[in-house]
Design a protein around this ligand. Structure first.
Ligand SMILES: NC(=O)CC[C@H](N)C(=O)O
Length: 432
C-alpha cells in the first residue's frame, strides 16, 4: 500500500510527500534539549539533562486513517495507542486540557506551537487522572519556568502513562482535520510495527457509538466541598446566603464545575453516571447538574433515560455532554460535527443579555435545534459557525450550555450562568 511519509523536523516543514521508501528526500537536522526540573523544589534550580545528547531523532509515528504517516519525537509514555485526533486552539491551560475527562479516546493536538514552558502543578487538575489518548505538539519547551511548577510536562505524562509527540507539523495536520474532519490515528514508538499495521489498526477502530462515560465516571457517590481558592476568586460578593443542595451527575465531571458550584454556595453530592433518577429524588435536591463527559451522547441511552425521568421534577443544568443528553431527553437529535470545537477562544452570543462571551469549548457533537420540540429556546449560539451553544425550557426548569462556563481561559465571561442556576433553584423553592 502506498503511504505518504511526511518527515517534518524542527524549524522546517518539508513538503516532501513520497512513498514508503523515502530515499532521496532532503532532510534537515533538528536540535532540541530536554531540560528537567528536580521533583523536589528543595533540590534547587533546574538542571539540563545532557544525557540525551546526541540530539534526539524521530522515534515515533502518528499514522492517520487517511494513510498519512507523520514522523515525530516521543515524550511521555511509549507504546502504541489508538484514538481520534482533534485540534485545540487554546493558548494556555494545557494541564486543564490533559485532565479533562471529556478527551477520553482522543489525541489532543495543540495548535499553539510552544507547549510545556510552565510545567505542571498539582492545583490545576480537572480530574484525578488523564483519560486522553495522547498529546501532539509542535515544540516541547526546553525548560520550565513558573513559580507553581512542580514537574516537567514530560515526567508528568510518563507518570500517567500518556504518550506525547513533538516536532510534528501541527499546522499541516490541523489543516487536514479542518478539511477532512476529525480522523482516527495511531501513535506508536514501537519499531516492530509496520506503517501498514498501524494504518489497519486506525481503520478498524471507531469512537462513534462507544460508551466512554462508564470508564471515567466515579463508582460511588461522594460529597464535594472545595471552593475556588480565595487567591484565585474573581467574583466579588454575590454568593447566595441560602444553601442549595445540588446532585451532580458525574459523566466525566471537571473539578472546576464543582468548585464553582461550591463557591456559589451549593452543597454538592456527586453521583455516578448510572445513579437512578429515583435515588436522586430521594436526596431531595434543589437542583441537578448533568456534567460534561466524553464521546457520543447516543451511546449512553441509560443516561438519557435518567435525564428524562428527572425533567420537570427539579431544576436542571446541563454542561456540554449534559446539554446534549438534555437535548436528546427532550426528543431532539445530536449529530457529529466535522471537527468540533476545542479551544479557549470561542465567541458565543448570549441572547439572554445580548452579549458576546469568549468561552472555552470541547465537544465534537452538537444538538440540532430544529429537532427540538416547541417551547425550547436556543439561548446561545457559537459565533464561529452558528451552532447551538445553549438551551432553556423554563416550563420544565431546564437550562444548558454546550461549552464550559467553569473554565478560565483568560476571561470569566460565562461564570454568571452558575448564578442563573442558583436563581432557578431559588425560584423553585419559593414556588414550592
Ligand atoms: N466536553 C464534553 O462534555 C464533550 C461532549 C461530547 N463528548 C462531545 O464530544 O461532544
Amino acid at each position: 500500500m502506498a503511504i505518504r511519509v511526511m518527515d517534518l523536523v524542527s524549524g522546517a516543514s518539508l513538503n516532501c510527500f513520497h512513498f514508503k521508501n523515502p530515499k532521496g528526500c532532503v532532510k534537515s537536522r533538528s536540535f532540541s534539549i530536554r531540560c528537567s526540573v528536580p521533583l523536589s523544589s528543595s533540590q534547587g534550580a533546574a538542571t539540563i539533562d545532557l544525557g540525551e545528547r546526541p540530539w534526539k531523532v524521530s522515534d515515533a509515528r502518528l499514522v492517520l486513517e487517511d494513510g498519512s504517516v507523520w514522523k515525530a519525537k516521543s515524550f511521555g509514555a511509549s507504546g502504541t495507542q489508538v484514538g481520534e485526533v482533534v485540534f485545540n486552539t487554546s493558548l494556555t491551560g494545557y494541564q486543564e486540557i490533559l485532565t479533562d475527562p471529556s478527551y477520553a479516546g482522543q489525541f489532543v493536538l495543540m495548535t499553539n506551537p510552544h507547549i510545556g514552558n510552565t510545567g505542571v502543578n498539582f492545583d490545576d487538575e480537572e480530574a484525578r487522572q488523564c483519560f486522553l489518548a495522547g498529546l501532539v505538539i509542535r515544540s516541547l519547551s526546553i525548560s520550565t519556568s513558573n513559580w507553581r511548577c512542580k514537574q516537567t510536562l514530560g515526567d508528568y505524562l510518563i507518570e500517567r502513562n500518556i504518550m506525547g509527540i513533538y516536532d510534528v507539523d501541527t499546522r499541516a495536520i490541523t489543516r487536514r482535520l479542518r478539511e477532512d474532519g476529525s480522523l482516527i490515528g495511531v501513535l506508536s514508538t514501537e519499531k516492530s510495527k509496520s506503517d501498514d499495521e498501524l494504518l489497519e489498526m486506525s481503520r478498524s477502530w471507531n469512537i462513534v457509538g462507544v460508551d466512554l462515560i462508564s470508564g471515567v465516571s466515579c463508582k460511588s457517590p461522594y460529597e464535594w466541598v472545595d471552593r475556588t481558592d480565595l487567591e484565585w476568586e474573581f467574583k466579588s460578593g454575590g454568593h447566595s446566603s441560602e444553601t442549595f443542595h445540588v446532585v451532580a451527575y458525574d459523566f466525566g465531571i471537571k473539578s472546576n464545575i464543582l468548585r464553582r458550584l461550591a463557591s456559589y454556595g451549593c452543597k454538592i453530592t456527586v453521583v455516578p453516571s448510572t445513579w437512578a433518577a429515583s435515588e436522586t429524588l430521594k436526596l431531595k435536591p434543589d437542583g441537578v447538574l448533568f456534567s460534561n463527559g466524553p464521546g457520543d451522547p447516543s451511546a449512553v441511552p441509560y443516561a438519557v433515560e435518567t435525564v428524562k425521568q428527572l425533567l420537570g421534577k427539579v431544576p436542571v443544568f446541563g454542561i456540554c455532554m449534559g446539554h446534549q443528553l438534555l437535548g436528546q431527553a427532550l426528543g431532539g437529535k445530536t449529530f457529529k460535527m466535522k471537527f468540533g470545537h476545542h479551544g479557549g477562544n470561542h465567541p458565543v452570543r448570549n441572547f439572554r443579555n445580548d452579549r458576546v462571551e469568549i468561552s472555552a469549548q470541547n465537544h465534537n457533537y452538537a444538538v440540532d435545534p430544529a429537532s427540538l420540540p416547541e417551547g425550547v429556546e436556543v439561548t446561545h449560539i457559537n459565533l464561529n459557525d452558528g451552532s447551538c451553544a445553549g438551551l432553556a425550557f423554563p416550563k420544565l426548569k431546564i437550562m444548558s450550555l454546550q461549552y464550559h462556563p467553569e473554565a478560565s481561559p483568560g476571561p470569566h465571561d460565562s461564570d454568571s450562568v452558575f448564578g442563573d442556576f442558583i436563581a432557578m433553584m431559588k425560584q423553585e423553592k419559593r414556588n414550592a
